[in-house]
Ligand binder design. Sequence first.
Ligand SMILES: Nc1ncnc2c1ncn2[C@@H]1O[C@H](COP(=O)(O)OP(=O)(O)OP(=O)(O)O)[C@@H](O)[C@H]1O
Ligand SMILES: [Mg+2]
Length: 149
Amino acid sequence: MPDEAATLALGAKLSGLLKPGWVVYLRGDLGAGKTTLVRGLVRALGYAGRVKSPTYTLVESYELSRFVLQHYDLYRMIDPREWLDAGFRDDCNAGTLCIVEWPEKAKGLLPKPDLEIFLEMAGEGRTARIEALSAQGRKEVQTWQGFDS
Ligand SMILES: Nc1ncnc2c1ncn2[C@@H]1O[C@H](COP(=O)(O)OP(=O)(O)OP(=O)(O)O)[C@@H](O)[C@H]1O
Ligand SMILES: [Mg+2]
């Protein structure tokens, strides 16, 4: 992905893959493009407002026409128990699509992911790789045509 527009475009393509009830971990260093990917996805799902990084708030919620998308960034979480105390575990349920930057900050308290997406710096651009971890995730990724970058 040579530029920001390409990351936004991959995010948009993911709208054809990700389902409510899924948990997606976004892996990658600071500045790898995780939030940019979510921005492309949220816009493609019809959200017209601003898509901000949840760096300080830990979560941004989007009421989409078909489901609620929860976008977490746990980078600033100091104690993994904050994940439970804030009620995030209950918010991440069968009706929501739950996407998490810096999932390792919650140690083992997060639900297991259906997918992990790895973003890496590559020169001026980025590379992306998707790994399916649940049975449903594997099934959907196999039939999904969108990931060609
Ligand atoms: N494919 C790309 N090529 C070059 N720059 C990109 C690409 N994708 C995103 N960027 C740029 O990288 C910068 C960081 O992006 P972003 O905030 O999405 O990273 P992040 O992984 O969410 O970081 P953090 O861990 O700090 O939340 C932004 O300026 C964005 O425009
Ligand atoms: Mg981010």
